[in-house]
Design a protein around this ligand. Structure first.
Ligand code: ADE
Length: 239
């Protein structure tokens, strides 16, 4: 590790999300682990390690684990875009997670697990809502409100599915109270929980998980990634 100060870990699924961070970073170096690139450097003078994990729960959990093992981050922040599914959530809005659920984990047939509930090592403790660090999330919320006027804070639904079906989005909102859907937040939070690392999930809405989602997503992804980066650069010193 380059710096004695534990870095802030940043996990993003897409190159555009990590590029936005790197554009604003200084003293960047790169190492490869598990076929993923891990960039270290300074963002607003703060040591960070950032990696593009590619989409999905397994990719993001692997990335967070490698980050934990090799860089010992003091916090892992999962950034990126998401589909807005809460009734008030619009394209361009910022959503900060209070917790994230893996909505496609289904052990209900076994009888004693709720949808999304997962047994964790070491003692099969059941967790459905993977927690995000409250203090850090509140700081992110305040920074987002100061920068963009408003910000949503609530549950995020994570699954290995790009949601482009309004009925499914509505179901996620009604079943889990989720404001947004994406593909990495809960799995990052899962890895953080097992490694005793605080986690935060910061998402900017690129689409509304409906029939237009596949068109809106590429259109707004870059803009949304820059919005998240600007927010992060402003707040990282206080995290
Ligand atoms: N990330 C951005 N938009 C998404 C969507 N509609 N579904 C899943 N992940 C997303």
């Amino acid at each position: 590790m380059k710096s004695e100060i534990q870095p802030i870990g940043i996990v993003g699924a897409m190159q555009v999300e990590i590029e936005a961070v790197l554009e604003a970073a200084k003293e960047v170096t790169v190492q490869e682990h598990a076929s993923m690139k891990f960039y270290t450097g300074l963002l607003s003078g703060v040591p960070f390690v950032a990696a593009q994990c590619s989409p999905g729960k397994v990719n993001s959990a692997l990335c967070a684990q490698v980050m934990a093992d090799h860089y010992r981050p003091r916090l892992i922040l999962n950034i990126g875009v998401a589909g807005g599914i809460g009734p008030e959530v619009r394209i361009g809005d910022v959503v900060i997670a209070t917790s994230c659920v893996q909505y496609d984990y289904d052990g209900t047939a076994l009888g004693d697990l709720r949808l999304g509930e997962i047994e964790l090592p070491p003692e099969s403790q059941k967790v459905r809502d993977f927690p995000c660090d409250r203090e850090i999330s509140e700081k992110l919320q305040k920074a987002a409100e100061a920068l963009y006027g408003h910000c949503h804070r609530g549950a995020i639904a994570t699954g290995d599915r790009f949601v482009a079906d309004p009925a499914f989005g509505k179901w996620l909102y009604e079943t889990f109270g989720a404001l947004a859907c994406e593909m990495e937040g809960a799995s990052t939070a899962h890895a953080c929980l097992l490694n005793h690392i605080p986690c935060a999930v910061l998402r900017t809405i690129s689409d509304n998980g409906n029939e237009e989602a596949t068109v809106d997503f590429p259109t707004f992804a870059r803009e949304s990634a820059h919005k998240a980066q600007k927010l992060l650069a402003g707040v990282i010193e206080s995290l």
